[in-house]
Design a protein around this ligand. Structure first.
Ligand SMILES: Cc1cc2nc3c(=O)[nH]c(=O)nc-3n(C[C@H](O)[C@H](O)[C@H](O)COP(=O)(O)OP(=O)(O)OC[C@H]3O[C@@H](n4cnc5c(N)ncnc54)[C@H](O)[C@@H]3O)c2cc1C
Length: 347
């Protein structure tokens, strides 16, 4: 590989500032905050436009260099660290919110738009609408999240985040651009149909099928009231039934369950956080009552959320980021667990 020439070519495509192979830059991109060991990277490039992505893909093809797209780089499982060296294609400069369609309820965005950015944009310009976002740090991108079938806010109600994709613009390995969904046959990005649904080919394929350069995701009405209903239980065997009963209630936005040894009082318990929504406090109270009944029936205990918990989980849902960095001595790995209810006790 003629490293100097390739760097020059990349810099011609994106500008001098946005392509690099300096050791200090490559060091950063050779790792993520998860448990994977660092792996070597040859170049990092930050395109601004679809045309630039096309040119980079064509160059990588000619030179037979692997290409790994990266959003926020926060999946914690080494997905954005090349396996055999090559170019990391950092998409963060493609960060435009192109359109919010209130009527057909979608956001058309570039792949570098972060979850925090879209949330802030909607809060400012469309306060009655909300995106489906993960409980990840706000610098995670919407694209990176939907492309791994992520989950979090609203996933119980509307499906995992792969399900909220209405359409994609993708640069294929050949450098060609394709549009998938209603955007292929109209100016609107409102649905995956009416053409054959090929969006699925690009979900959970980690950039190997193409580089997403635009995407449309559904956005949702924001409920007036939101609350978390905590529960604690000891017996894993009761989880599937409890979850089944909870999730058949239509007022559930999302459910998180887990087990952790800290703080001390949580040791030995499985905890549930059930996010519910409503139009009034009375509405919320009635729903809490229903959940308490389900908890009791399945051997779980209701626990009133303290203000601190509400602050952590609803008001400032970025609680986990501080604890997630392996390099700082903390750490957990997001495994993106997809499994049938039956398998949860074993997990
Ligand atoms: C503290 C913490 C909590 C988390 N909680 C959650 C959670 O609740 N729910 C959840 O789902 N996730 C969670 N995660 C995991 C992860 O942060 C999110 O899923 C996040 O949205 C991934 O987005 P990203 O921009 O970091 O993606 P990246 O890691 O940058 O990319 C993800 C994958 O998509 C590919 N990719 C990225 N951009 C493109 C593109 N334009 N075209 C093609 N392929 C592309 C990458 O190559 C990679 O394979 C958590 C992570 C942390 C650190």
């Amino acid at each position: 590989m003629n490293t100097d020439q390739i760097l020059k070519d990349l810099q011609i495509i994106v500008g001098r500032e946005f392509a690099t192979n300096s050791p200090e830059d490559l060091y950063i991109y050779s790792q993520d905050p998860g448990a994977s060991l660092p792996r070597p990277v040859d170049f990092v490039v930050m395109p601004k436009t679809t045309e630039e992505v096309q040119k980079i893909v064509k160059l990588a093809n000619e030179e037979k260099i692997p290409l790994v797209p990266m959003g926020g780089g926060l999946t914690l499982s080494g997905l954005i660290i090349p396996v055999k060296g090559g170019i990391v294609l950092d998409m963060k400069r493609m960060d435009q919110v192109i359109e919010i369609n209130e009527l057909s309820r979608y956001a058309l965005i570039e792949p570098g738009v972060s979850t925090g950015q879209l949330l802030a944009y909607l809060n400012e310009h469309h306060p009655d609408l909300q995106p489906a976002i993960p409980d990840a740090p706000p610098s995670a991108t919407i694209a990176g999240n939907v492309l791994i079938h992520g989950s979090g806010y609203l996933s119980q109600k509307y499906g995992d985040h792969g399900a909220i994709v209405n359409g994609l613009e993708v640069v294929l390995a050949s450098g060609e651009v394709v549009k998938l969904g209603s955007c292929a046959v109209s100016d609107y990005w409102f649905a995956r149909g009416p053409i054959p649904d090929l969006v699925g080919l690009f979900l959970s394929s980690f950039g190997t099928m193409g580089i997403v350069t635009k995407l449309s995701v559904q956005i949702f009405p924001k409920p007036k009231f939101r609350e978390i209903v905590f529960g604690l239980m000891k017996d894993e065997e009761n989880i599937p039934n409890l979850l089944l009963e909870i999730t058949t209630k239509e007022f559930i936005e999302d459910v998180i369950l887990g087990k952790q040894d800290k703080p001390e009082w949580m040791k030995g318990y499985i905890f549930f956080m059930v996010y519910i929504t409503g139009d009034s406090q009375e509405d919320i109270d009635a729903k809490i009552k229903i959940l308490k009944k389900i908890y009791r029936k399945n051997g779980a205990r209701y626990m009133k959320a303290t203000q601190k918990m509400i602050d952590l989980y609803i008001e400032k849902p970025i609680f986990a980021s501080g604890a997630a960095d392996f390099r700082k001595g903390g750490g957990f790995e997001y495994v993106g667990a997809n499994m049938p209810l039956e398998k949860i006790p074993e997990a």
